[in-house]
Write a protein that binds this ligand. Sequence first.
Ligand SMILES: [Zn+2]
Length: 458
Amino acid sequence: MTKSYFAEAAMLPAGWARDVLFEVGPDGLIARATPRAAAGDAERLRGPVIPGMPNLHSHAFQRAMAGLTEKGGPQGDSFWSWRKLMYGFLENLTPDDVEVIATQLYIEMLRAGYTTAAEFHYLHHDPKGQPYANLAEVGERIAAAARHSGMALTLLPVFYAHGNFGGVEPTPGQRRFINSLDGFGRILESLAKTVQADPSQRIGVAPHSLRAVTPEELKAVVAAMERIDARAPIHIHAAEQQKEVDDCLSWSGTRPVAWLLDQMQLDARWCVVHATHMDANETKGLARSGAVAGLCPTTEGDLGDGFFNAASYLRASGKIGIGGDSHAAVDPFLELRLFEYGQRLKLERRNVLALAIGDSLGGQLYRGTCAGGAQALGQNIGQLAEGFRADWVVLNGDDPALAEQSGDGLLDAAIFGPVRAPVRDVMVAGQWQVRDGVHAQGEASLKRYRAVMKRLLN
Ligand SMILES: [Zn+2]
């Protein structure tokens, strides 16, 4: 049955519109969005409506580690010492634990205004590094967590084979991630079938990084994905840390993003996650390729990664999206604020990412990352328009920080103002998942999550 919803204000592709009547079909897609319409007996939406934000980079299990690694180290802490702690933490995780943590995370994401997640999933095997009887066990648990929480999903099984550039042997801490090409091909095929049953889920692939995958393996993994779906998203970590750039230079004589541009002919299917350390040519090349740069501002800040070349990349019409990555924060508005603040701190200027004088920065950032995220996830999302999935966020117009704001001013205030709960209601594929900030399974999930944390922390 088609359902109708009426919004006094909604952000449509052509701009903010008044009195919008949305008709949503039984398939969960927007059948029609008509501005300046009469409400009739449509359900009235209780605030301004914007598209839900795609979260283009998630390692769900890391949600349970947030806050556990904030202690001083002998020479100051680093990404690499953090990674060692992460390996220790995941030693004890069972598939049940992963499902409980992912469910909790996805509920938190929905409450914050994310409506689709890209799960960069590399925890494939048991704690000894042995495949589970069902090779795709953990990936299936993630798909189940997304289904039960109501979060739409692009599942990206990760191919991971080596400890560093040049096919170096993996370390014992990496044994739960490691696959042969054959074994990985079976996981990928199996998970492609798992997600096929759910129209809000799709498959993609993620060669982990140039550290973890040889050039031959990278090409083989892309070819394996293309045999299943030639248009599927392909995500890879690159150039997150200066050490990775240095190691790549000594291995190949080329920087990581330049290597990918030369060797892999990046196109609109690709999402290069982080791309923090790029020189001027890489910045232009990545922008021209049509790929999306997957930015994870709070995690990059947490790990001390560095600053993305945002101003020149956006001037060259580069595409961006945002990811929660390690989930040091679960809040798209905060990610966008931190992205811009990083640039201000680095360049000692304000409104660095505004492209034209007088443009709303919040509006530009939100629309840009919705579009980039939608492309990176390979789903028909990110716009409130006919044929797109009915994934939307009703802002909480009662928050004092949004008082009397309208249009893009709402987004400027939600991203850069003192808003604590900008999100009131959240819909995914035509189903309400959050009402008045509450998710129907929030309490039950938190109880299970506490039990897992109690075991993991003791
Ligand atoms: Zn990552």
